[in-house]
Write a protein of this length. Structure first.
Length: 334
């Protein structure tokens, strides 16, 4: 299964009601319908400026997913997952049992397994081990292309290490041609100029997917300039060039084209309530669910998932409202 073709199809379906109805039907048929985002730890070795880990008042959470719980969570969630992403808000390379998570995901035939990381703790052997276990894609977060901007945006990072890991992945892809490399670039007013030089990375490395998304306010972060709209003209010029380069290099591009203003909005109908499933050492999919006492499917039925689907499809007004955060809408180009 090509997960990015599903993303493309999803972007073409404009009706949130149809998407929610589809999720309800797939749930009823016991088919795959959600994406699992798993943080096996709740800590990070970096204090990236745009991340809540940079909050000087942030207190480290040392919670870790107990290895003996991996199988239990797999039984509950993996059979219904279209995608498993290991690493969501924290750094998964701080966890020692990622290969076992991936092996369980393969047992349940999850079509797409990805791993999001800042790459600083990776080397050739570690990446090879993850891929051999069944990893389909590695997602590397980088928020600058030059040494100065990259290391400023990601305190603790060294761009030399980034290039070392990218070279290792290029070698590993020779043995595993289906393995994909994706780069996530969060753009802000201070690294937009640097984004223009990403073409050199496309030339040097086989990057399968490039995601560019605007900065969002995620708690009290060290970074404070969220007025992106003033950079729209420059940003549009840069991403137009990048989209052309991505097509030349057969790179899928996931790009939010319209930069948000200072006020963010979201809609009353939230498809993510049905298709986004977050798991961490202290949270299992939905508030109140305990995998030691019930199955996730039984929990959702008892909590009234079908009533919510009917209400959202036929009764809920799909109005915009002001929100603290807002996920971008990506143009998916294959």
């Amino acid at each position: 299964m090509n997960y990015y073709r599903i993303l493309r199809l999803n972007s073409l379906v404009k009706s949130d009601r149809i998407k929610i109805l589809g999720a309800g039907v797939l749930f009823a048929l016991k088919r795959r319908y959600f994406n699992v985002f798993l943080d096996p730890v709740l800590s990070c070795n970096f204090r990236c400026m745009m991340c809540y880990f940079s909050d000087p008042e942030y207190k480290a959470d040392k919670s870790r997913l107990e290895p003996e719980k991996i199988k239990l969570l797999a039984d509950n969630f993996f059979k219904y997952a279209l995608k498993l992403q290991i690493g969501c808000g924290a750094e998964p390379t701080l966890y020692l049992h990622n290969e076992e998570i991936i092996r369980q995901a393969k047992i349940y035939n999850i079509p797409h397994i990805s791993f999001t990381t800042n790459a600083s703790l990776l080397n050739y052997d570690k990446v090879y081990s993850l891929v051999k276990a069944g990893l389909d894609e590695i997602i590397i977060s980088m928020h600058g292309t030059s040494k100065e901007v990259y290391e400023t945006m990601m305190p603790g990072a060294k761009i030399e290490k980034l290039h070392e890991v990218l070279l290792s992945i290029s070698e590993i892809k020779k043995d595993f041609p289906g393995f994909k490399l994706r780069i996530n670039y969060t753009v802000n007013p201070d690294n937009i100029d640097d984004l223009a030089h990403f073409t050199s990375y496309l030339e040097k490395y086989k990057i399968d997917v490039l995601q560019i998304r605007p900065v969002r306010k995620l708690g009290n972060t060290a970074y404070s300039d969220f007025d992106l709209k003033r950079k729209q003209e420059l940003y549009s010029e840069i991403i137009t060039t990048l989209e052309v380069k991505c097509r030349e290099h057969n790179t899928v591009s996931l790009i939010t084209k319209e930069l948000p203003g200072s006020i963010l909005y979201r809609r009353t109908l939230d498809v993510a309530e049905y298709t986004y499933c977050y798991i961490s050492p202290v949270h299992y999919g939905s508030e109140g669910f305990d995998p030691d006492k019930s199955t996730y499917r039984r929990f959702l039925r008892k909590s009234g998932i079908f009533k919510r689907v009917i209400k959202d499809v036929f009764l809920t007004a799909n109005r915009k409202y002001q929100a603290d955060v807002n996920f971008g809408n990506y143009d998916v180009n294959l």
